[in-house]
Structure formats: structure tokens, C-alpha cells
Design a protein around this ligand. Sequence first.
Ligand code: ZN
Length: 1060
Amino acid sequence: MLVAPLVLLLVSFSPSSGAQLPNQGKVKDVPIATNGQPFPWDRMRLPKTVSPLHYDLTIHPNLTTLDFTGVARIQLDVHQDTSTIVLHAKQLQVSKVLLLAPEGVRPLHVLEYPPFHQLALLSDSVLTKGRNYEVQLEFAANLSDSFHGFYKSSYRTRSGEVRVLASTQFEATFARGAFPCFDEPAFKANFTIRMIREPRHIAISNMPKVKTVDLPGGLLEDHFDTTVKMSTYLVAYIVSDFLSVSKTTQHGVKISVYAVPEKIDQTAFALDAAVKLLDFYDDYFDIPYPLPKQDLAAIPDFQSGAMENWGLTTYRETGLLFDPEKSSASDKLGLTKVIAHELAHQWFGNLVTMEWWNDLWLNEGFAKFMEYISLDITYPELQVDDFFLGKCFEAMEVDSLSSSHPVSTDVENPTQIQEMFDDVSYDKGACILNMLRDFLTPEAFEIGIIRYLKRYSYQNTVNSHLWESLTDICNSDDLIEGGMKHKEFCSKQKRQSGSAIMDTWTLQEGFPLVTVEVRGREVRLSQERFLKTDDPSLTEGFLWQIPLTYMTSASNTIHRFLLKSKTDVLYLPEPVDWVKFNVDMSGYYMVHYAGEGWNSIIKVLQHNHTALTSNDRASLIHNIFQLVSIGKVRLDTALELSLYLSRETEIMPVTQGFGELVPLYKLMEKRDMAALENQMKGYIVDLFRGLIDRQEWTDSGSVSERVLRSYLLLFGTVRNYAPCVTKATQLFNKWKDSDGNMSLPVDVTTAAFMIGARTPEGWDFLFEKYRTSLQMSVKSRMKSAMAFSPLQDKLKWMMEQSLHGEIMKTQDLPDVVVSVSRNPRGYKLGWDFLQANWHTMIKKFDLGSSTISYMVNGVTNQYSTREMLDEVKSFFGSLTEETGSEMRCIRQTYETIEDNIRWMDTNLPLLQAWLDKRSHKALHEDLIFLSILGFGLSIMFCTTFCRACSRLREEAIEREAWRRSEQDGHAPSIYFIPFPGSRSRRDSDDHLRAPRYSQEFQSPPRYSMAGYCGPPPSYNELGLKPDDLPPSYTEYNTPVCPITPPPHTDMVQPQAESQQ
Ligand SMILES: [Zn+2]
């Protein structure tokens, strides 16, 4: 499944369900059933004495009373004689349980053990191995009020009518809440489904409808064809009033897209994409899609991003609906990726399924990886390769904490299973597959995975099955000689080598840091675990087999070397100026260039950055800032490297630059240090000013150019960069004047909405448009803008409404809470809200779900003080196991805050000094320029008063202030060049003065500098006498700020696209 905008699955655990059972999945004492009798099975995993072969399911949902009844008849394969059948059922009222044996029909005695969601069906005679048996169970339950199981969804039509539908979400452990079943992925069976409905509705399921039968009372019963053999978590059915559009693929598969009637005109893009992608996979995997149809349905209430049910994939409306007029470039990219992901699952996951959830990455890592492979070929114009790197950076973020886990991890209970749907399974899974593909060559890799899919079709697999299929290619005749770069993989100890390499990546958590030191022709290599901790003992005992790649200043050729030991040495043919390891960052590891290494890299970037690819540049930015956080590199070195970004134009290095620099001031925003915070913001604006200035406010260009533009202009607007604010304000006002009817350039609408949401009138107007809009992508941009408003009462109201679910959907609550928490005016509200509503939210979204994890991390991960750490620990420490105390995300957030504290303690003084030095340097550069200018101007104009002269005089004052400050060893407390248009220069002893200035920032500004807006310094503050002030000083002592007070709105990170 896809954890789209945020997360994925939901596991529900009400305390009474005993979900939080011991990790070993086994009760210590004899389990007692609900009727007080001993329950005959004491493990969470089902016994293997019987397995299901076929299910006949009849389901009758009532969309008026919001409940359902059903009958399940399950044909069994008895593997060993037994009189007990143990299977799953959760919160179902089970009645009338019969055994249909060769000797006749008889009732079975039923025991329930809710903590494990199990039923035991007891027979008074033995079921004999090899004979045919069936059990039949009748059951009833309410439609679920959450987002999983067989659940209720609703939507409001344009006329205000509320309509109800019922849909399913069974991954990972929720089929048991909809019908009694053997709810583990290895219990594959065929399903024949019948749905009872009213004539005003339609029903769809995994397979095509065979016929419809009239029932007494005016009801209809739809009979669906029997499925292929598959796991329970892939079963799906929907009863709704949806409409659909259809097309047929070249391979003869009927594709239909379903949506609520008023949005059916937004389905054309998804329909075409699904046709194209299913045809692609049919050819690429060389295995025909085995079903006659594939439906894609947009569900109005959906917790994760999408779900790969076989033949009936389900999506959030934002993941499937596309309006060419109103959707942005990144919407198009996101939607295509989601569809590519779910369709890839039809092979990886549905056809070949992991044996157990510990190897979820075999499903999700592959599906994530295939998004990029398929789009690269089917939609080259989307330039999806530009974004893959970001997945690996995201994975490394959680994988660099000691709370991380191996890709393949033992899990037993549903909460632990839910926790597997995280960045490690999806993104790290995809990144190590990418590394393997690069190592083996794309051709060899493709042959290997096709063999894997063919060999294990309709079966279940573990890691080693994949490695064996890939190792077998070593003997393949299919493989062209030129593709044999993988001699290590195939060499002598053939059978083991592929597995030996890959086990180091899947069975141990974390990833390696490779340190490279070049001495002449010698390159010394060493590896260690990259871990953000102050406990070095935690990095011991890790060793990876790392497929290294590198290039040098002397050669563009990619060289390869498999580093298997802790240290090793390479010899270059000649001395070089620089080396770059992990070419294009196709390997899942970081690199530290020891000795003069980083300085050489910085020189290349400064003088000729295009000597390295954009992926290489992005990875250098990422690696060096990450190395600062573990103390391997000084912050000033990383900042020196960042300077080259003023000449950067490619999306990955630019967004990575933002990705490393913006979090620095985000931490400061949650502390009282406005002066340094503003200095840092000013630096970033300065760095990208040229690139921002070159952006047009249109929708022209390639997808990457459009996504980059959208990002830059939003940043400029949020950071109050005057040209952006002016333009965004104009656009918003025009749009508002047209009552929202005017078409804004799609890619810059968020910037315009952001400006609008700063005032109560603008916010209310936006909300009204949000409420009535049918365009999901537009609504989503409005929601983001409203959540970044500085208006605290609005922020609070939004969170409350989202929780309530009437006006704003509860599925969007996590996004709203996290956005508010990143808003400098809202972060305290977000934290208060999370604490106050914790119990409601874990019930709705479920413990262990990526939704809960997303909120926990999103709300707290920008704290950097011991006080906040104590507060966070005090709240989470008060939880019990039933309310989430054991969740991994809590350990992650403690570690993250501790890491932030260490970072701030170590680096704040360095940051201050570097920014000071830089502004000082910029000042001297200006003085040289101004002196030259000044001499000329003096000669030409000095007899009359002119601005140039006054500038010179002001510069002279500034110089004097610096001279005096250096004399007394104290930097000027605050310092401005008092005329507009000059470069932003300001220094302050932040720690002492920040509180006062931060108060002053709240008052209407009277003074403006490029990139900075605040009160002017008095001459006392300048350390000058009134006579020293230039004549122009008072002239500028009036408001010139482009807009009212710095709204402190926050920077939006590029929408983290969904994982599934
Ligand atoms: Zn998935």
C-alpha cells in the first residue's frame, strides 16, 4: 500500500482488545476464552494444521443502519488430523457455525480469544488429513468508523446532500474485522464474492461481476467471478453510488476508474496512466496481468495514500483525481507515481507475496523502486529520476538513529506489523534495490527479478529467495557479456556471494559511513556505522559489503570496488585533485572526505560545479551537513560549501540546500533567538536570490523546472522577499476580486494563498472556497496555506474541525496538526492539541500506524531544548503500553530532540561567528566597490548633495562603528546600512539582545533592508553621536517595509510524497 501524504495503515487497538501483547506473541499462562473455558491455542500466529483453499463470501452492508451481515463458507485443506480449527475474527458477532464434512453437516462449538483476534472452532470428531471439509460461519458487525476493515465513508454533494458508501482496507490485519478468515499473508486462497445491495448503489470487487440476481424485498445480489489464489489482505469490495470511465489495454485488460459522480470528470488522466502503466508492467515483467480487469477507485475517506487490492486498487481522492486546469506539476508527478506503485504491487506483493510481515520490504521496497523504473520509461517528461535521491535521504534520516531497525525485522503483533510500514521498508528498501541494480547492471537485475516473479508466482517468499534468483543470473545465457560488471556477486563462492552482500544491508540496521583519505596515489578507505548518538559503543560490530563507486578529477569513468572489510586501500593510476565516491549516490552510504578532501571538493564546487552531476552535488550537500551532526566536519566547512549554491540551478541540489539550511532556523524559531534566526534566514534568501529573481510566475517549463519554481517562489514569499510578496499579493487580490473565478498559474497558487491566509478576511475567503471546491489538489493547497497562517485562533479551529470531521475531513487531520506545529505561530498549539486529543487520535488512526508516527515526529522534531525534551518525555512517559508507550516513534522523537540539543550546543557559536564573518566580509567587499565608486562620484558630484555621497558617508560611519567595536572587543550590537537597496548587513550579540529585539519585531516595522525588515537602530545603538548620522538617516526612519509585520509564516517543505 502507499503511505501517501503521510502514512499508511492503521491498526486499531482498543485497550480492551489487548492488542499490545507481549512481543513474543505467546501468552504466558493458558489463554482463557470469553466464555471462561481454556482457549486451545496460545500463539498469535495461527497453527498450520489446516489452511483455507477457497472462500465463498456473501456480504450485505446496510448503508442506512451502517452495519453489515455476512456468510463465509471456507473450504479447508487439512494437513494433519485435528479437531480444532483456529482462525481470525475481530469484533464480529459470529453465529451458526457449521462443519460441512463428507459424513454430513454438524454444528461446531466456538471459543473466542479477543486479545489475539482468534476463534477456535471445536469439532466433536477428528478432521482427517486428506479429506474435504468446509466450515460455514454467519456473522454481523457495524461498519467501522475508522479507516480500516469494512468501513463507512461519506461525502457531500454540491447541493449539500450527504451520501454514504462502504469500502474496505484490509492490509495489514483488518480482513478479520470484515469476515472470519485465516488472516496471514501465507494463507492464500481463492475467493468467490457476492454482494447484496440496493438498486440505487453499485458494488465492485476484485473480480468482474458475473451476474446480478433479484432478491426478495427489492434488493439485488451481485455475483463476482472467483479470484486467483491470493492473501486475505488483498480482498476488496465497495458499495457506493460511484460512476466510472473505462478503456482497454493493449493486452486486453479492462481498466476502469471510479469516483463520486460530481468528480468523474477528473478521472481521464488516471485512466490513461493506468492503461499505459499496466501495459508497461505486462511487458517488463514478461508475465501477463492475470485478471481480466483492473479498477481504480477514489475513496472520499482514506487514511493512507492508496492500496493495491488485486484488481481493485483504492486511492485517496488526491491520489487519483486530476484536473488539467487546476492540478500542478507535482500533482501530476505524485499521482502517476501512486498509480505506478499500486500497479507494480499487482506483481510484487499480489502475485509474489512475502511469507510474513517481517519481510514487508519485498512488497514495498520493490513497489517504491518500480515507481521510478516504470515512470522513467513511460513518462520520461516527468523526469522522475530527479527525485529518487530524496527517498534515500529520507530513509537515512530515520536509519541514522539507534531506534532504527533492519529492513527485515521480526514482528509479531499487529502494532509491530503496522510499524513496518515506514521509511525503512519503503525507501531504504528501494534504495538498496537501486544499489544492487547499479552493481549488477540493469539488464542482469531485470532478468533476476523476472525469474524471481516467475518462480514464486502465487506463492510466498523470504529474502533468500530473491538473492537466489539474482545469483542465478551468473550462469545465465541471457546475460550479455558486456553486462558482467558483477564479478564479485558471481565469483567463486557463487551461491553465497549475492546473499552475503545483501544480507549486510537487510539484516542489520543503519548504514555505513565510508571515510576516504587521499594521499598521493593512495586512497585509504574505512567504514563505520553512521549513527547520531553520543554513545560510540552503539556503532561497534557493524560491517557492510559496500559496492563502492568513484570518479576522480582525472577521469569521468565510474570505477568500482567492493569494500568488504573495515579498512582497505586503493591505488589510483595518478595523483588527482579530487575524488568523488558514491557516484550519483546510487549506493546507500555516506562519504566523509578526510584530510584536505572536503576543501578540494569545495574548490571544485566553487569554480566548476558542473564537473559533478547534480545528483553528486546534492549528495555532497547532504553528506557534509549530516557529518556536521556527528562531529566529523565543522559547521563552517559545510557552510563554506553551501556558498556555491548561489550559482546552482538544478532541482535536487537546490532543494537539498534548502533541506539542510532551513531546518537550522526552524530550530531557532522554537527558541527565543530571533536575531540569529533572522540572520540565517537572510543568508538563505541571499543565497537563492538570483535564482528566485529568474523565476517566472507562470506554468511554463519542464516538470522539474515547474516544481522548482513552485518551491522557490513559495520560499521567497514565506520569507518575505519583497518581489515575491508583491507578486503573490497581487495575484491573491486579483483572484479574490474575481470571487475565485480567475485562473491563477497553478504552480504558484500556494504562494498566493499563503499571502491571503495572513489576514482574517483573506483566510475566511480561502476557507469558503475550500469548503465548496471539488478540486482536491486545489483544496489541498488551500489547506496548506491556511495551516501556515499566523492567525492562532484559525489554526486552533482548523485542528478542532479536522478532528470533528464534518467540515474538514478527519483523514486530513495529521497534515493539519503537523503543518500547524511547523508554523512558528502554531507550534505550541500543535503540541497542546496532540496531548489533549491523544486518546481520540490513537483510536481513530491506531497505534503503530504511520499516521500516528508522522504526527508524533512532525509535532516534536523541531524542539532543541532540554526543557522541551523534559516536557515531551513527561507526556509520552505517562502513557501505558495500551496507549502507545512502546511505539518506536516515541524513541525516535527523543533521539531527534537530543540530537537537536547537541547540534545547537556545539554549533550555535560557530554559526553565529560564520554569519558574522560573512557579513563582515561582504561589507569589506562593498567598501572596496564603494570606495572606487566614491572617488569617481566625489569628483563628479560631491559639490551637491547626492545619495551616492550619503551612501559613502554611511559606509564610513559603519566602518567607524566596526573600528570602534573591534577596539573594545565587542561587535556592534546591531547595525544597519540605512538606505534601501543596500545589501543586508547586520551583526548582533544575539544571545543578549535577542529577547528585546524579538519583542520589537512584533511592532510595525519602520525600516527595511533587503531580506530583513525591522526597526532602525538608534544612534546610541550604533555607538555614534547624533552628528555622525548621515543626512539620509531620518529620511529612512519611516516605514518602507513591503508589507505589514514579518508574518513569521513558515517555510513549507516540498510535499513529502507519499509512500505507501
Ligand atoms: Zn505499497
